[in-house]
Design a protein around this ligand. Sequence first.
Ligand code: ZN
Length: 135
Amino acid sequence: MKKNSEVKGIARETLDFILEVSRSTYPKEFAGLLEVKDGVITDVLVLPGTESSESNAVLKLFMMPNISAAGSVHSHPGPVIRPSKADLRLFSKTGTRHIIAGYPYRHNNWKCYDGSGRPVELPVLDVELEDENVL
Ligand code: ZN
């Protein structure tokens, strides 16, 4: 996977997906890795069987064999979307964009942080997610 220092934003569909998975997993948390295509986050690798406690969700990410993703995403069971200490340790390990979604997982209930836990702007982009490759 290539370096993703220049992440332009996240595809609207991908953000909708994240919020939807957060809602359907609630009150459990979900965690996943973000994948970037052409500078836009278009994919989420959802980790199966994410446990109900925050530290477990984040620990699962730590244990991913290939943690060279563009970043991570996980949900919090409450409205607080500030990164915990465990979150910060994870953020510093991989990627430059880390999304936390908080209850009730609407469009303003998420935030993006960089590798050091500072809030960063992550524009939501209307891009076509095409399955057919135009070569
Ligand atoms: Zn967290």
